[in-house]
Design a protein around this ligand. Structure first.
Ligand SMILES: [Zn+2]
Length: 329
């Protein structure tokens, strides 16, 4: 089984396992696309592997079953299409947890994306609490969420918390090349955009939102550098009424502004999705303008999340961007 980055997480789990002190509840945190479920599956493979050394070995019966998502002792709770869990699903998981494993020493339960389960997250955790407090020796529960804040204090205090470690750009490129379906220039663009997040790289290559949003962010940055007010507005309207595209373009723009700020202050050279643009802005605007630009973009991400009129929002953002880039130093 191949996993990118996460060396320290894996080392920790292996060492706990070799001392016979395997954790019974694990909370995995990390942003969308960073591989929380992949890490959870790798931990399950490590626990369930039938080999004594180099777990997961990738060749034993258990590893092969897990690879094909067919291991009877690795159970993933299914949410509905809105990301919410049915109370019944979690209750039956809790009653199943007392039943001995089919194959080996452990039974591993994965309950992913608790942060998506907005209306049921607390309820789910309350149902799980008793199991987490007094787990049967064979039971391991892995919960995932984008932020640690999603978890109840009572859960966090009993769980081993692991933050997913981002992979390097080289790892992302390596993974995308291994799929053997993208050109080298696609891989390079996706890696620049995904920046350590393989899920985001894949969205860039396969989805509709990211490529469109990226095009807007690049166009808008170039227009800011040219101080071309009409072109700023025209770039933003490239979202073509699609709120998700507009929002994502603001996320990209905020990253560019953040990188420019960091470069201006001399505290970072690791540029995100559009390094040339960030470097250009760092040279063209002073520190205060960059800070204002970043805050403005974050504020408009918030506005887009509330029920705004998209055209009006684009118009007012473009006006405010122009006054920031034209402010006297
Ligand atoms: Zn194995």
């Amino acid at each position: 089984m191949k996993i990118y980055s996460n060396e320290e997480n894996i080392k920790l789990i292996s060492s706990m396992l070799s001392k016979g002190r395997e954790p019974h509840s694990i909370a995995v945190c990390g942003e969308k696309g960073q591989g929380k479920k992949t890490l959870a599956k790798y931990i399950a493979a490590t626990l369930l592997c039938q080999n004594d050394k180099n777990r997961p070995c990738g060749v034993c019966k258990s590893c092969r079953m897990l690879e094909h998502n067919a291991h009877p002792d690795f159970i993933t709770a299914q949410a509905n299409e809105n990301g919410n869990y049915q109370v019944e699903t979690i209750r039956s998981l809790v009653s199943d947890a007392v039943v001995k494993p089919n194959e080996g020493r452990f039974k591993v339960y994965l309950i992913p994306d608790l942060d998506r389960s907005l209306s049921t997250s607390v309820q789910v955790q309350n149902i799980l609490l008793k199991l987490i407090e007094e787990p049967p020796a064979h039971c391991v529960i892995i919960l995932t969420a984008s932020s640690k804040q999603t978890f109840l204090k009572t859960i966090i205090s009993r769980a081993l918390c692991l933050a997913v470690q981002p992979c390097t750009d080289a790892d992302s490129a390596d993974f995308l090349r291994s799929l053997k379906k993208y050109t080298e220039s696609d891989v390079r663009a996706a890696v620049a955009c995904g920046h350590g997040n393989i899920g985001r790289c894949l969205d860039f290559l396969e989805g509709d939102v990211l490529p469109a949003a990226y095009k807007i962010a690049v166009g808008c940055t170039e227009a800011m550098l040219a101080r071309d007010e009409y072109e700023i507005l025209r770039s933003l309207f490239g979202a073509d009424g699609k709120k998700a595209v507009f929002r994502q373009s603001l996320v990209f723009l905020s990253e560019i502004a953040r990188d420019a700020c960091a470069a201006r202050l001399g505290i970072g050279s690791s540029f995100g999705c559009f390094p040339e643009g960030a470097a250009g802005l760092a040279g063209a605007l002073d520190e205060e303008a960059l800070r204002q630009l970043y805050e403005l973009l974050c504020e408009y991400i918030g506005k887009t999340d509330s029920n705004c009129n998209l055209s009006l929002t684009m118009n007012s953002l473009s006006g405010e961007m122009c006054s920031v880039i034209n402010r006297p130093a």
